[in-house]
Design a protein around this ligand. Structure first.
Ligand code: DC
Length: 226
C-alpha cells in the first residue's frame, strides 16, 4: 500500500450499468491509490461459467446457491479463477453475459457472494465495482460513484472491447445494444439488490469524457474525503 500510514484506507464503491466504464476507471483509481481492485461482476460471471460447465439449470436457485457455497472464486487484481481454473477470458462471452445476469437474479446466490465481497473489502484499501456495492454490499462506503453513459456509447464500447469475445470490432453494434438493453432490464428490475443509484453516490456521466478525466475526478473526490 502506497498510502501514508496515518491515512485511513477507504472503501470506494463504483456502480453502474455495463459499458459505463467501471472496469477501466476502477482499475486506474486502485492503481493510483495502491488499493486492491475487486470486480464483483467477475464473481457472478465465474459462478455462471461453473454452473454452465456443470449443466445446472439457471433458474434452480437452490442448486446455484449450493454451488456458490462450495465454489472457490478468486477475483483480486485481474485474476479470475474458479476452483483453480483460470476463467479470465472464458467469462467474457455472449453466453456468459446472459448466464451471469440469470445467476445474479437469484437471492440465494447473492447472499453468498455478498458475504464474500464484504469479507474481501472490510479492511478497506479497496476499489470495488459492481451494481449494488454502494447500496447493499457497503452502504457505508467512504466514497460511492455511479458511472453512466448513453446506451449508444455503452454499446459501442462493449462492441469494441478487445477483452470481450463480442469485442472484435465486427460485432454489429446494434446486436450488442439490444443484448445490453436486455441485461440492463434484468439487472434493474430484479427483486434482489437491483442496480440503483444510492442517494449519497456521485453520478458521473462518462459519455464523451476521456477515461483519464473520469479517473482524476474520482481521485479528487477521494482526496477531499480524507
Ligand atoms: O459487470 P458485469 O457485466 O461483468 O456483471 C456481470 C453480471 O453480474 C451482470 O448481469 C450484472 C451482475 N452483477 C450484479 O448483479 N451485482 C454485482 N455486484 C456485479 C454484477
Amino acid at each position: 500500500m502506497r498510502s501514508h500510514p496515518s491515512t485511513r484506507l477507504f472503501i470506494i464503491a463504483i456502480d453502474g450499468p455495463s459499458g459505463a466504464g467501471k472496469g477501466t476507471v476502477a482499475r486506474a483509481v486502485a492503481a493510483s491509490l495502491g488499493y486492491r481492485h475487486v470486480d464483483t461482476g467477475a464473481m457472478y460471471r465465474a459462478l455462471a461459467w461453473k454452473a454452465v460447465h456443470e449443466r445446472l439449470k439457471l433458474e434452480d436457485e437452490s442448486a446455484l446457491a449450493t454451488l456458490a457455497r462450495r465454489a472457490v472464486i478468486e477475483v483480486s487484481d485481474g485474476v479470475v479463477r474458479v476452483d483453480g481454473h483460470d476463467v479470465k477470458e472464458a467469462i467474457r462471452t455472449a453466453e456468459i453475459d446472459k448466464a451471469a445476469a440469470a445467476v445474479a437474479r437469484q437471492p440465494g446466490v447473492r447472499e453468498v457472494l455478498i458475504r464474500q465481497q464484504r469479507e474481501i473489502g472490510v479492511g478497506g484499501g479497496v476499489v470495488m465495482e459492481g451494481r449494488d456495492i454502494g447500496t447493499v454490499v457497503f452502504p457505508s462506503a467512504d466514497l460511492k460513484i455511479y458511472l453512466d453513459a448513453s446506451p449508444e456509447e455503452r454499446a459501442r464500447r462493449r462492441a469494441t472491447d478487445p477483452s470481450h469475445a463480442s469485442g472484435t470490432g465486427n460485432a454489429a453494434v446494434q446486436d450488442v445494444a439490444s443484448a445490453l438493453a436486455e441485461r440492463d432490464r434484468s439487472d434493474s428490475t430484479r427483486k434482489a439488490s437491483p442496480l440503483a443509484l444510492a442517494p449519497d453516490a456521485v453520478l458521473i456521466d462518462t459519455t464523451g469524457v476521456p477515461v483519464d478525466a473520469v479517473v482524476q475526478r474520482v481521485l479528487a473526490l477521494a482526496a477531499r474525503r480524507r
